[in-house]
Design a binder for this molecule. Structure first.
Ligand code: MSP
Length: 520
């Protein structure tokens, strides 16, 4: 297994501030990045913004700004939103940056020289919101097959990329790398597309000004800009350094994992790999496609007018409440219907009731029944208990689910442990044991409490990538947070008995106050 990990989000259009759908993709990548660091890997996490193309040009015209001014204004909202959600990326790339433009132009030039990009002309149906052409058969009733909005007829002199040439090699790659596209259902969509009629694609536009210029060419009669998807996809490599010779490229590119929404899977799983093959570069390791957050079964999006502001949501239910809700409630590969009622229910039930109450119960009972001095835990933890068995089982399962981005299943396992602690407390009634004068009962009481404590330490540690602030707070109440700064893999501390040998538990305040859903 490699000791490095490179994870990317799509780069977002700067037409408007981010909404909850964008948050979903970014937080997914952030959780994975935190988690991989916990496993001791050297992680590189990239996000950024997609700032060229017709969409941006059109929006800038509407707002009366230059496209650059629009991008400069909106990019700030992305940066602020990610900051407010505790997203810890290593690099933020903007496609209007020089470091990116240089790489795009060099790649286009290379493909023109090799003959994989050639000049011709094109007439077709074009979807502006998706920045993509579609065929007559795909455009049922003149609507885009992906977003179902009207398509327009465009005719233009165009450069083409020889995509058809790379279909067979790509099919072979998918076949020999079964985890290249996940989940399986989405992989089948890609295979279906590749087994159909795949044509060469138009790789330039003459209808826009706002884009990276194609290299000078005496054969061209018009001024061409690079197709925005070629421009955008290249960010994953251009951010690693100039012309793939950088040390960062060598280190991280072979480990690249792209997290994307299902709507942009084809660009990542077909277009991008074929561009890379033509450039003679290795393919990314994996492409993970998630479903959409929907509202009355329609994708939540700014252009459909049902966007929800993530910053406002965090003010209502907390950053960790949101981070948790999105990944406990929804199955990563599938669509999920978002409602405020479900959000409040989920946060109250799982965080305020189950986790929060459990932490508060245990951290109040330990000082009450065992005093405030440091407690040596090893001898207690060597004893057998149902929690000890359960903790080992759920941690193994939770790790396994993370391998395939099954966040909700991973969390379900952690919740089995938290519910197990609540049950264990009820069944063993520490308050009754505390009344007994029998020394055996005293030892039993201490053992019960320390086993609950150890289970919660493990659960909280596993939750750090999901709900960083509250999980660290929980660890601090449990008196075991000091070792979070240790550079050694935290994964070892997820094993029973591998936490600090001595703990000092302080009485806690509620981690998650119960939320009242505002009346409509
Ligand atoms: N700029 C392109 C990506 C280029 S990557 C080289 C783009 N940008 S986007 O801003 O429209 O969307 C980016 C991501 O947000 C996509 O992964 C998309 O699936 C995700 N989401 C947007 N709305 C969404 C939901 N309602 N639900 C979940 N994710 C969705 O596409």
């Amino acid at each position: 297994m490699s000791s490095r990990y490179y994870i990317t989000t799509p780069i977002y259009y700067v037409t408007d501030a981010p909404h909850i759908g964008h948050l979903y993709t970014t937080v997914a990548a952030d959780i994975m990045s935190h988690y991989q660091k916990m496993l001791g890997k050297e992680v590189w996490f990239l996000t950024g913004t997609d700032e060229h193309g017709q969409k941006i040009q059109k929006k800038a015209k509407e707002t009366g700004e230059t496209p650059q001014a629009l991008a400069d204004r909106v990019v700030k909202k992305y940066i602020e939103t990610w900051k407010s959600y505790g997203v810890e990326y290593n690099d933020f790339i903007r496609t209007t940056e020089e470091r990116h433009k240089k790489v795009v132009q060099a790649y286009i030039k290379k493909l023109m020289d090799s003959g994989d990009i050639y000049l011709s002309s094109y007439q077709g149906l074009y979807c502006i919101p998706c920045e993509a052409y579609c065929t007559e058969t795909q455009a049922v009733d003149g609507k885009c097959p992906d977003c179902h909005r009207s398509v327009e007829t465009l005719r233009e002199e165009s450069y083409f990329f020889k995509m058809a040439k790379y279909v067979q090699p790509l099919l072979k790659h998918i076949e020999t790398h079964p985890n290249f596209i996940l989940p399986e259902s989405r992989k089948n969509e890609v295979l279906g597309f590749l087994k159909g009629e795949v044509r060469d694609i138009s790789i330039s536009r003459t209808t826009i000004d706002w884009g990276i210029p194609m290299p000078a060419d005496p054969k061209a009669t018009k001024s061409h800009k690079v197709y925005v998807w070629f421009d955008a996809l290249t960010n994953y490599v251009s951010a690693l350094g100039p012309l793939d010779k950088d040390e960062k490229f060598e280190k991280f590119w072979p480990e690249a994992i792209h997290v994307v929404g299902k709507d942009i899977l084809r660009f990542h799983a077909v277009y991008w790999p074929t561009f890379l093959m033509a450039l003679g570069l290795p393919l990314p390791k994996q492409i993970i496609a998630h479903g959409w957050l929907t509202d009355s079964n329609r994708k939540i999006s700014k252009s459909l007018g049902n966007a929800i502001d993530p910053v406002a949501l965090a003010q209502k239910v907390g950053v960790d409440g949101m981070r948790f809700f999105l990944f406990k409630e929804f199955v990563f590969g599938l669509d999920g219907e978002y409602t405020e009622a479900i959000m409040y229910q989920r946060i109250n039930a799982d965080l305020a009731n189950d986790f929060g109450n459990c932490i508060s119960r245990v951290t109040n009972m330990i000082p009450k029944y065992m005093g405030n001095d440091p407690i040596l835990v090893t001898s207690y933890l060597n004893e057998i208990s149902e929690l000890k068995t359960l903790a080992s089982e759920v941690v193994i399962q939770a790790h396994k689910e993370m391998e395939t981005f099954s966040f909700h299943k991973s969390l379900e396992n952690i919740w089995k442990l938290i519910s197990g602690v609540n049950r264990y407390v009820e069944n063993n009634a520490p308050w009754t044991l505390a009344k007994s004068s029998d020394p055996k009962d005293k030892r039993k009481l201490e053992e019960v409490l320390i086993h609950c404590h150890e289970s919660l330490r493990i659960a909280s540690l596993f939750l750090v990538p999901f709900i960083p602030k509250s999980a660290k707070q929980a660890l601090s109440y449990l008196g075991t947070d000091s070792d979070l700064s240790v550079p050694a893999p935290l994964v070892t501390q997820l094993t029973w008995g591998q936490g600090p040998k001595s703990i000092t538990v302080t009485k806690s305040s509620p981690l998650f106050p119960r939320l009242e859903m505002p009346k409509a």
